[in-house]
Design a protein around this ligand. Structure first.
Ligand code: PBG
Length: 321
């Protein structure tokens, strides 16, 4: 007797019935960039279809995102000026802080997540303050905590530390609780690799390190067990959700973290993953829409509950409600 798996592939209806993974609009988080200025909506050359907005224009753009049914955005800021300690990152009138309160006024039901990091705000481009030419972990914690508190005060629903300092989740949790923001959650970039796939983002966020690289804080792409350890540490420190980043070259890590931790798991389909598909599509080498959907599906199939992706508005048209 021949075993015939093809029976369940015979018609669209049957295939639909036995489909194991479905992408929903509820799975998507859309990363967006806000900068200083007024009336700005500048295309980001390295990320076709993505823009730098100013506070006044991002409010309209976010309203459109909300109308598509996308439940959440992740916000990155480009400040008016940079300095050694990234002080514009924790200023009450900083660009992210102002954007969050404006967005929350217009679209209160949309979940606003803020990226907590110093690299877009420091003149040297590293994710923390420097001492003797390297990032000073413990001195950085206080600044990250301060930044997170100002985001919460502006109305952020969740803060998302992406700096990879040791102990940041605990430091941020403690500061939020102390200031009365115990209901504000932490989505930790727990398993974040030192990846070349961030290239287009660094151009977009103007956050390339001015010397050296991020390998003393971001993870070695060769390490899998260490990634699980990082995720479990952040769970212990009080994270509410954890993230694996990038997504596509690290689907094994999405799967491993899914198996070893109970929190909601996000994966970040980063700028380089987006740019590769866009570039190949522009050249006519791939069907961009199908490759986009297959990519997002693979991330969900690997075990992610949530996907941060620049494709969110485009994918919104192709996923289930
Ligand atoms: C750091 C940060 C980075 C990204 C998100 N947060 C860049 C980095 O670590 O250099 C990358 C996102 C992307 O590539 O889409 N604040």
């Amino acid at each position: 007797m021949i075993v015939r798996p093809r029976r369940l592939r015979r018609t669209p209806s049957i295939r639909d019935m036995v489909r194991e993974t479905r992408l929903s609009i509820k799975d998507l988080i859309y990363p967006m960039f806000v900068r200083h200025g007024q009336g700005v909506q500048d295309p980001i050359p390295s990320m076709p279809g993505q823009f730098h907005y100013s506070v006044d224009t991002i409010v309209d753009a976010v309203e459109n995102v909300h109308e598509l049914g996308i439940p959440a955005i992740m916000l990155f800021g480009l400040p008016d000026r940079k300095d050694p300690t990234g002080s514009r990152s924790y200023a009450e009138d900083g660009v992210v802080q102002r954007a969050v309160s404006a967005i929350k006024r217009r679209t209160p039901d949309l979940t606003v997540i803020t990226d907590v990091c110093l690299c877009e705000y420091t003149d040297h481009g590293h994710c923390g303050v420097l001492k003797d030419g390297d990032v000073d972990n413990d001195a950085t914690l206080a600044l990250l905590a301060r930044q997170a508190v100002t985001h919460a005060a502006a109305g952020a629903d969740l803060v998302a530390p992406s700096d990879m300092m040791d102990g940041r989740v605990a430091a941020i949790r403690e500061a939020l609780d102390r200031e009365g923001y115990e209901e504000i959650g932490i989505l930790s970039y727990a398993v974040k690799y030192a990846s070349a796939f961030y290239g287009p983002f660094r151009e977009a966020a103007d956050s390339t390190p001015q010397f050296g690289d991020r390998s003393t804080y971001q993870m070695d792409p060769a390490n899998a067990r260490e990634g699980v350890k990082e995720a479990l540490l952040d769970v212990e420190e009080g994270a509410d959700m954890v993230m694996v980043k990038p997504a596509l070259p690290y689907l094994d890590m999405v799967h491993r973290v899914r198996e070893s931790c109970l929190l909601p798991l996000a994966a970040y389909n980063v700028s380089g993953e987006y740019a590769m598909i866009k570039a190949a599509e522009e050249k006519g080498w791939i069907d961009g829409t199908r490759v986009m959907m297959e990519t997002l599906l693979s991330i969900k199939r690997a075990g992610a509950d949530l996907i941060l992706t620049y494709f969110a508005p485009e994918a919104a048209k192709h996923v289930s409600p």
